[in-house]
Design a protein around this ligand. Sequence first.
Ligand code: NAP
Ligand code: MG
Length: 495
Amino acid sequence: MTKLTSSVNGHPRAASEPIWEYAPAPEARNIVKIQPQYGLFINGQFVEPQSGCYFPTLSPSSEERLSEVAWAGAEDVNSAVQAARNAYESVWRKMPGKERAKYLFRIARLLQERSREFAVLESLDGGKPIRESRDVDIPLAAAHFFYYAGWADKLEYAFQGRRPEPLGVAGQIIPWNFPLLMASWKIAPALACGNTVVLKPAETTPLTALLLCEIFQQADLPPGVVNMITGDGETGAHLVNHPDVDKIAFTGSTEVGKRIQRSIAGSRKKLTLELGGKAANVIFEDAALDQAVEGIVNGIYFNQGHVCCAGSRLLVEESVYEVVKRKLKRRIELLRVGDPLDKNTDIGAINSKAQWEKIVALTQTGVEEGATLHQSSCVLPERGYWFRPTFFTEVAVSHTIAREEIFGPVLAVLSFRTPEEAAQLANNTRYGLSAGVWTEKGSKYLAFASRLKAGVVWCNTYNKFDPASPFGGYKESGFGREGGVHGLSAYTRVG
Ligand code: NAP
Ligand code: MG
């Protein structure tokens, strides 16, 4: 039921600004059965950890303890790597590509069949709105398995007559912002190319990766082809340093990425790193401004700003700066912050207390350094970790909020006068993962985009992904590409 009211999120608004208030529309959570305890997934089975240790995983929107999950120590990591090595030597590397493809297609179809379960679990464990997990994360995860299934028996065409060989055992480490999607980005190309996998999900969001293991069982994936070791940074470090791992694929912070690069230097291990970002969205005066503001909002408030390619800096041409600021201020007031399982929610919970504290501290720094804070006045739920959609104006390029990745719903707005100045500001960062350009003129866009040092440049849109399109960074955003035909190179040795 909907009704016309004069309040939004409990806040009064002017009579001239009526707004449709939505009745609560929560997705049923009993569609997914969460076990009270999960073991490690090694050699096709859930097993108790040799470490004997478990850790809890919480729902960040309610601080409810959802389950407890095994912590993998050095011995557990060793068992997982051994299982992956055995599966590689005895089954997977020898299997014809067209047979491997059948497993990947099967996994993709099962993911689609059970998509509701995955979407609810992702939103419960990680805090993101169900609208995103349902419409973005899960369909894209299935799409990656479909896409790479298609490559498994055509690898020689991807490498133009040369003979691609798998690398062996891939150790994969992922963050908490897109748990199932990151797992799929990494597992699908690795398996398509004939490698086996040991994957470590992030400590705060292990549940969808563990549900994915049920799908591997359902799909009859040979034991040991994918192994899942839950744990923390120490578990990740054991995997990185294991001598029988041939390849490390890491997505996470630049700091940990650098540490991994140092620790495997001089070894035979191949490495791809997908790290942080501080992307600029650039609005020229000829852009369709309402559409641009909608795209900016999607770029920074999508997934609570927990997106490596979030458009966390906004550069606006001076002539339209005031009007964009006004539109942005009005728009953030209308964003609905709350229950991730409600289908009307725009912004869910911050993933963990630690991340919430980081966002609070960086926002405080913005105020202390002299920028002007604008925040939505919405009412936040009492329990859980929440942060209002926020932006700063009067930002200087030297400000911390203009340089450091905040990884939260916080935008820094600056202005520019010429395209030269805009390009210089956009590139003035140690990162280079993505950027956005908003203009009505195709020639302007093409000329401007080619000056940006960013792996992805979106025009008149933002945060659009497709498995056929490669993704990766420049500078301290990492190296190597995931997705598309480029993503195959990360998992093959070409003779
Ligand atoms: P993080 O601390 O680097 O963690 C990433 C993963 O690495 C987690 O699974 C983490 O375990 C593990 N880890 C931590 N220390 C480790 C070590 N010494 N050796 C091996 N593994 C270790 O990053 P985060 O804070 O979770 O994620 C946010 C960051 O990821 C942001 O900077 C963001 O930009 C970046 N990111 C980049 C992309 C991209 O595609 N470029 C995508 C998503 C996120 P725990 O579970 O214990 O944390
Ligand atoms: Mg959790």
